[in-house]
Design a protein around this ligand. Sequence first.
Ligand SMILES: *Cc1c(COP(=O)(O)O)cnc(C)c1O
Length: 408
Amino acid sequence: MFSFVGKDLFIENVKVLDIEKKYKTATYIYSKNKIIQNYKAYHTPLAESRRSGLICFAVKTNPNVSLLKILAKLKSGTDTVSGGEIYRSLEAGILPEKIVYAGVGKTAEEIEFALKKNIFMFNVESFQELEAIDKIAKKLKKVAHIAFRINPDVDPDTHSHIVTGKKGTKFGIPYDEALHAYAFAKKHKNVLPIGIHSHIGSQILDVSAYKLAAVKIKKITDELAKNGIQIEYINCGGGLGIAYKKDQKVPTPADLMKEIFEVFDADKKFIFEPGRSIIGDAGCLLTKVIYEKSSGEKNFLIVDAAMNDLIRPSLYDAYHEIIPIKDVKEEMFKTDVVGPVCESGDFLAKDRVLPRLKQGDFLIVTCTGAYGAAMASEYNLRPHLAQVLIDKDKMTLIRKRGQYKDLR
Ligand SMILES: *Cc1c(COP(=O)(O)O)cnc(C)c1O
């Protein structure tokens, strides 16, 4: 996504400093062709496997409608977790028959909305939810396609806030209640169980956790088949990690599919719900140094982006690579990169060795496409950032910078 031509940093064919000239900072920037490349990294091995399947982009990672339109053109589906995300998907031109809907707390209003829009499938997370869907579907004279989200009790090696497939999390149906759940669904006439779903976590860097989950899910589908319940769709969830650190090795979607396809018979259909691995490294955050200062042993670069714009470092202690837009021959120094928000937890990077950036210099925080703008707030009454899409040599403003008069 990035390239240096001499000292100038480019995103696709656009010089980053030209983006700054036009749109100022801080600004989220996305590369259209990187998004397409990331989507194809799923689509190509799936097509070549000759298994049928559906790729459903996880909207919660980045719900910008212009970005969803790119994916809609590629015939992507979406994985949604609220009525708002279903609405947004349809607005972007995603086909309803490619929308799946997860979440532990779907309200009656959301379920009714989803049914009226004829989405493809509900990923059901509790017995009471199943009853609610059945009741509302009956009222609307519809039959809802469902999968149970099963918690396979595997433990991917990732941050504890983003583990979802282990015993004792709020997500899904416990593994040993899976058969009971499908038997329960069978007793309800307005739901049709056609799938099984598991999503084991996020930023997963070792595909063996998926394999473990797949083997456990296969056991359930085999048992169900014996009881006359044929599961057509295996929904493998999302969660594949990306390289937040330079030169970090990450598994590809092809690696993931290889592990999973080995487990299941050829007639099964598959759903993948990638979020981060589609949009994460296709986005970055351009920010400017407002002030430099030192306190005790430490140096600080105070920049015009903060935890309200990008909360991942503060929330998960997440690491994002920083690219200084500065001649690398400069003297190096160790510094924290912090925002203006009045919280000591407000930082973008800690103890980084960077060329000695000065007031007015620019830097890029990489891999902010997922869970960046999506999780932003106006805390400290800081207006939301501008978002710009790069397509070869073209820049398009896809979200206007917030204005004071619009602050909530
Ligand atoms: C968040 C989420 C995803 C996407 O996860 P990534 O780690 O961003 O790929 C997929 N499915 C469900 C159910 C989710 O909640």
